[in-house]
Design a protein around this ligand. Structure first.
Ligand code: NI
Length: 176
């Protein structure tokens, strides 16, 4: 397994649409394992392949309690097949939008069809934090960040700050 570098916004690769994997083979399984390791190390509760620069429809998540046993999920080609009529507001963050958080409104419950690690079709029924997280990660596969769900004013403010930090970090990386 390997830790993968996580891209941060603004980055054009985070705005691209990812391609379906079609079938889960050893290569996809390795990607799932590396993504889970990277997510736990970050630490985060979800990660999508484009966040590590791989434009494939693969996401991983674990919203279990910190003190309880881990509950990793790895989903390939996830597809939302049903959403509830009622919404939920959750404060969201993202490993690709470090240090920034905002309230996002999404359907409170969803059903997601996907291929698991063994290439078998499953459906995941999610509510609460899991519903928020799985929708957030699927958004990544379509080039959508949680800040795309908030006002343009707030989004641009966050992106400007992130860009400034990137420029500063690049400057510091240059040897004197
Ligand atoms: Ni994210």
């Amino acid at each position: 397994m390997a830790l993968l570098p996580i891209l941060t916004a603004p980055d054009p690769r985070l705005k691209k649409k990812s391609r379906p994997v079609g079938a889960v083979d050893d290569k996809v399984r390795r990607l799932m394992d590396d993504m889970l390791e990277t997510m736990y190390a970050a630490p985060g509760i979800g990660l999508a392949a484009p966040q590590v620069g791989v434009l494939k429809r693969v996401i991983v998540l674990d919203v279990s309690d910190k003190d309880g046993p881990p509950a990793p999920h790895a989903l390939a080609d996830p597809e939302v097949v049903w959403v509830s009529d009622h919404d939920n507001t959750h404060e969201e963050g993202c490993l690709s939008v470090p240090e920034h958080y905002a309230d996002v409104v999404r359907p409170a419950e969803v059903r997601v069809r996907y291929l698991d690690r063994e290439n078998e079709v499953h459906e995941l029924e999610a509510d609460g934090l899991l519903a928020t997280c799985v929708q957030h990660e699927i958004d990544h596969l379509d080039g959508i960040l949680f800040i795309d769900h908030i006002s343009a004013l707030k989004r641009n403010m966050i992106l400007r700050k992130l860009l400034k930090e990137k420029k500063l970090a690049a400057k510091e990386a240059v040897p004197a």
